[in-house]
Write a protein that binds this ligand. Structure first.
Ligand code: HEM
Length: 490
């Protein structure tokens, strides 16, 4: 990564090395580095076995789930995890430094301690939930036997000392059932779970593994993005740019196709029960005063972190940055920006580089041919169609996502905040609305400039108009029912 461009408040790296070879055996590099082959997945499949010094940690994690791998009820089912940890878990922090040069292993330990931390903090809420009561309060203090080691691993891996989406719950938590087999859905299982996730076919496993299955397709998304940015700086014919845009488009079609399978792989009626364990501290009623990390830091002040959320996945933010999708200046967008810090640092830098580069090059105007009138008209028209179709995939993702939120969460619980701490009724619509607006605005502008964008783009824009109206009505209805101020403009 090169030096930084300071653009107002924002600082962007001026260069970034995307790996072609993810170097899976190199333990000196962080587990998460962006590549054109594995995209945003870790460079290697996640580490499953821990060194012998951590045998007790492994034992607790296997005893912990509501339903253990052998089908018997575990510590969380009996409400005994907290007591067990306080009584029996040794402080293993000193052993971490023995392995500190092995960064993928540090990532595995970070994952494992973050599972233990969330299970410990939220165990009381789980028991309130299964009695049909509100979540009540989580535990306000994380004991030093968890707080010290998670803080150390997180420091070494550059994560927050709390469960994250990529580094822990989702992207570093799958294993190949047949280690010699392929990375394909039928060959995937979870390494760690809270509820029934150690069982194939459970909704908890399906929820996590659909994310993995989608991100598996992100290599071409990365490759197409880099190719598009490069095409803007070379004398290559515009047809080359259109090839890179087509690669992005087909990758997104695959990603959305995989996402659609969520409905069957993780049942809407079963989501809220394992979800209890992935809530964060920030903006949650369960932790009104934050959480004290015993034995960490000098001041003993409570800490607060956002919870695990797909919002910290990097694929859609990559498109937001490349396509320069304008987000409204609202407190909801501030949350979107805050989510940026909950990603592997290499993902963060890549996204910042794409954002800076796209703006610096004036990519949107160039791809859409808005500044020049001496280019090959057919190829420019094709670039415009591809840009709209890529935006349409971002819309498709966010629309489906709104449907997930409606069916898996809003209709099942009145808890007002999502796991990442965003307001459940208004936050996803904030970004979906922004994409719909951008598409409608661009289409109108491009039509005024002349040239036929074709039947497919006309159909896309018809759908955009219908969804804008449906979204507005749905959000208004839910907000009225729950006494929340609607954020999606009429
Ligand atoms: C049953 C399925 C799902 C549910 C119920 C769900 C729920 C949510 C919720 C409530 C949020 C709001 C942020 C927060 O946590 O505070 C969110 C954000 C997000 N989730 Fe999911 N999610 C699901 C599946 C997925 C999948 C499979 C992905 C794939 C990577 C994903 C990626 C995202 C992204 C990118 C955002 C940010 C959206 C934006 O920028 O507009 N989610 N999710």
């Amino acid at each position: 990564m090169g030096s930084q461009i300071d653009k107002g408040k924002e600082v962007y790296p001026t260069s970034f090395e995307v790996l072609d070879d993810p170097r899976p055996d190199d333990i000196s590099l962080p587990a998460f580095m962006v590549s054109t082959t594995r995209g945003f997945l870790p460079r290697m499949d996640p580490i499953v076995s821990l060194p012998r010094e951590f045998a007790f940690l492994e034992y607790v994690l296997q005893e912990m789930p509501v339903k253990k791998a052998n089908g018997e009820p575990g510590l969380l089912a009996r409400g005994e995890l907290g007591e067990f940890i306080l009584r029996d878990l040794p402080d293993l922090t000193e052993h971490i430094d023995t392995y500190k040069d092995n960064l993928p292993l540090m990532n595995a330990l970070y994952r494992d301690y973050s599972f233990l931390a969330s299970a410990y903090l939220l165990e009381p809420c789980h028991h309130n939930f299964i009695k049909g009561e509100p979540y009540g309060l989580g535990r306000p203090v994380l004991p030093s036997v968890i707080a010290r080691p998670i803080a150390r691993c997180a420091e070494l891996c550059d994560f927050k000392p709390f469960m994250e989406y990529a580094g822990s719950y989702a992207l570093f938590n799958y294993k190949l059932l047949d280690p010699k087999g392929e990375l394909e859905y039928s060959n995937l299982g979870l390494i760690r779970a809270f509820e029934h996730g150690l069982h194939a076919g459970s909704s908890e496993a399906g929820f996590v593994l659909v994310h993995v299955d989608m991100v598996k397709n992100s290599g071409p998304l990365v490759k197409g993005t880099v190719g598009t940015l490069d095409a803007c700086t070379t004398e290559a014919p515009r047809a080359d740019l259109n090839i890179h845009l087509s690669i992005i488009l087909s990758s997104l079609v695959q990603i959305n196709g995989s996402m659609e399978k969520m409905w069957g792989r993780s049942k809407p009626g079963e989501y809220t029960s394992f979800r209890t364990f992935i809530f964060g501290i920030t903006s949650q009623s369960m932790f009104p005063n934050g959480v004290v990390y015993e034995g960490v830091g000098e001041d003993g002040k409570p800490k607060s972190f956002r919870g695990e959320s797909g919002a910290n996945d990097s694929m859609i933010p990559l498109m937001d940055n490349l396509l320069q999708i304008p987000m409204p200046d609202t407190p909801l967008t501030t949350i979107l920006e805050d989510f940026r810090s909950y990603r592997p640092s290499n993902h963060r830098q890549f996204l910042a580089w794409v954002r800076g580069r796209s703006e610096q090059l004036g990519l949107k105007n160039w791809v859409l041919g808005l500044d020049a009138d001496n280019e090959d008209d057919d190829e420019v028209l094709e670039s415009r169609r591809l840009w709209l179709k890529i935006l349409n995939q971002v819309r498709d993702f966010r629309w489906r996502h709104w449907c997930f939120a409606r069916e898996y969460i809003i209709k099942k619980t009145s808890h007002p905040t999502a796991t990442g701490g965003s307001p459940i009724l208004t936050w996803l619509p904030n970004q979906l609305q922004a994409v719909l607006d951008e598409m409608a605005r661009l289409y109108e502008d491009l039509c005024q400039r002349g040239g036929d964008l074709g039947e497919e783009c006309r159909d896309i824009i018809d759908l955009v108009e219908r969804q804008r109206e449906t979204l507005r009505k749905e959000v208004a209805k839910f907000c009225e029912e729950r006494g929340v101020a609607a954020a999606v403009a009429a």
